[in-house]
Write a protein that binds this ligand. Sequence first.
Ligand SMILES: [Zn+2]
Length: 302
Amino acid sequence: MLIPKQTAIPALVRVKPGALDRMGIYAERHEFIRVVLLFSQDLDDRLLGRLTSSLRSRNIQILQQAPVESIGFEKATELFSRSPANADAIIGFGGGKALDVAKYIAFLCRRPYLSVPTSLSNDGFCSSQSSLTLGDRRRQLPSAMPFGVTLDTAVCLNAPEILWHSGVGDLISKFTAVIDWKMAFHATGTPVDDFAALLSDASVYQFLARPKRDLDGMTLLGTALLLNGISMSICGSSRPASGSEHLISHALDSVSKRPRLHGLQVGVATYLISLLQGQNSKRIAALFEGHRVLVRHRKRSI
Ligand SMILES: [Zn+2]
């Protein structure tokens, strides 16, 4: 007998240059007339201006507009307590931290969440979890899958190059994560969702066909990271996107005085794990050498 399965996926997906300036149109189309806008504290004023102008041009009312200062759980709940009850949707705009907090507040408010990343440093912009700090530790808290993802590829291309490298590192980790998952099945019988594993793997191969930092490359990286979020939603776990390489990065977060970007730590750990797994290490090394990822960031850290 066929058992129906529900998967949460975004209803609105726009991945193209100029998408930011059409946010008002997208919000209007989905009848989001009153919105809350939460954005990165260090966001470029011009980007914020473009988003608010677009919303106002379609008479979308911005009930609350606030910078996200911290990813602390307490700060997020404080922002939640100040959120207007009559908002139709919550918009998260900027980098990963602002998006995580906005996503969590939307989840607490039970309101649709619109994710508008300005860079592609990790796969968190389209996932059903929020990475917040509880005490002094980073935790993955349950949230809802975004209702919409608007990814302006021209805006992401203008973001610092290190963020692109971080996104590539987080994407390539899907190789080792999926192999870990399959090894766990053989070792302990952990169930593997074949389709989620296939989607996760396929998204990496699609990117590897043309791993170039330009507008098309941003589309490929953004789409691949987005599909990874969907693969996690399909199986209801982070296994297709996060394996032992992520555990190494989490350990670095807790012991380092100055942890690096998530995707950079994960990318380096992915290479090491691929050597242990005996698979994909040449492919990963070629990708990193092509982008001179390790060389650049090692120099910077000396
Ligand atoms: Zn990750």
